[in-house]
Design a protein around this ligand. Structure first.
Ligand SMILES: [Zn+2]
Length: 400
């Protein structure tokens, strides 16, 4: 099993690499898991999703002969514009400032938190919607967003794109907060901005595998997202989760359980929309009560610390069984609750869930600098941990 885990992870992270939604690599990864599932003998179902791929050949910001280091905001439209620079640091300021045809530098408080994408269904604070509506009404030529380090919202990415939204049509770039301070003194002057970004309509796929008849039976749905962020091979986030699911396809083949089993490889957890998750909910409209339990794997297999199983709203008998399994497995512990994963999709529908991850990541969520960066590669994976997660899930399902 350890060798198999190593092989799957090598294919996903080294041969395929970055699996951003809409890319050829992303499609290769879904074809790969589908072929493994078929080999093992599961019934598979592949659902096509309409998505966009996004590419940038770089960005340039210039004023008075001085160049500033900027990056195209992921999924933003490109631009080649010039305009007067206006600096905005609070929403109150944005409410009263005229920004039509200007280039707006968003910095400080207003740029402290990544803004939820316009049409993101699972988490979307009113103040984010309001900020977007103010900007759209204001109609500037482009946005320059100066952002600080904020692991809690942007993984380890610094600077982070304030907007990561294929539905928001004001072109934007982002820069380090320190570079933003340099740019501030050019307020009122004409700046030139070029962002060579483009959106490309593409397809991606959800892959489902089933065992047992669905009719009249309660279902256990085991999930992992297969996509990665732009700029990372996504080893811990989430090739290890995909690998656990592939190992489960073998280990659960002969498993003795009354539940029907469903393995779901979601596409879109690290994308501005959640096309795979939304499509799955549509396919299961009126059928979510059939789901007795969701087990979602995201962030598993880190080399430091133990693997953790975090329970959410489990009925008492299920929780007792989980405790028994954790008690018997020396490298698995009960994890704290955390919500930035696909188990939240099930929780919002009233389904009990267990999130499988690495304790170290849950404990350091607010200050680690690995997630969503090139540091999230195979050198930080412990293959035994990956197998232990799969074995823990099998032990749980057999006892349930
Ligand atoms: Zn993830």
């Amino acid at each position: 099993m350890v060798e198999k885990a190593e092989l799957h992870l090598h294919v996903l992270c080294s041969e395929i690499g970055e699996r951003r939604v809409g890319s050829e690599a992303n499609r290769k990864s879904t074809f790969y898991v589908e072929s493994i599932l078929k080999e093992v003998g599961w019934m598979t179902e592949v659902t096509q999703l309409s998505v966009i791929d996004w590419l940038s050949d770089g960005a340039m910001l210039k004023c008075d002969g001085r160049h500033f280091e900027v990056y195209s905001s992921h999924y933003s439209l490109g631009c080649a514009v010039a305009g007067e620079l206006v600096a905005i640091d609070t929403v109150a300021r944005l409410e009263r400032e005229a920004i039509e045809d200007k280039i707006v530098l968003l910095h400080g408080e207003i740029a402290s938190q990544q803004i939820a994408p316009k049409n993101f269904p699972f988490w979307n604070p009113d103040e984010h919607q309001y900020l977007i509506s103010l900007l759209e009404k204001g109609n500037p030529r482009a946005l320059v967003c100066a952002t600080e380090r904020n692991s809690a919202v942007a993984g380890g990415v610094y600077p982070f794109p304030l907007f990561e939204d294929g539905d928001f049509n004001i072109p934007s770039v982002y820069m380090k907060d320190t570079e933003g301070v340099n740019l501030l003194s050019y307020t009122g002057k004409t700046v030139e901005l070029i962002s060579k970004a483009k959106r490309i309509p593409e397809t991606a796929f959800n892959v489902l595998a089933r065992r047992g008849k669905l009719q009249g039976k309660k279902r256990i749905v085991i999930t992992a997202h297969i996509d990665s962020k732009i700029g990372t091979p996504g080893a811990i986030d989430n090739a290890t989760g995909v690998t656990v699911l592939l190992l489960l396809a073998e280990l659960l083949k002969e498993c003795n359980t009354d539940y029907s089993l469903e393995l779901v490889f979601f596409n879109g957890e690290d994308y501005y929309g959640a096309p795979g998750q939304i499509t799955y909910l549509k396919q299961n409209e009126g059928k979510m009560e059939e789901i007795a339990l969701n087990i979602n794997i995201d962030g598993a297999g880190y080399l430091e610390g133990k693997s953790c199983f975090s329970p959410f709203n489990l009925p008492e008998d299920m929780l007792d069984i989980l405790h028994e399994v954790l008690w018997e497995a020396s490298n698995l512990v009960e994890g704290k609750p955390w919500y930035q994963g696909d188990h939240s999709v099930f929780l919002q529908q009233g389904c009990p869930a267990i999130a499988v991850s690495s304790s170290w990541f849950i404990d350091n969520m607010d200050n680690q600098d690995i997630t969503h960066t090139s540091k999230d590669n195979l050198s930080i994976v412990n293959y035994e941990r990956v197998v232990e997660c799969a074995q823990g899930i099998v032990a749980l399902i057999e006892k349930l």
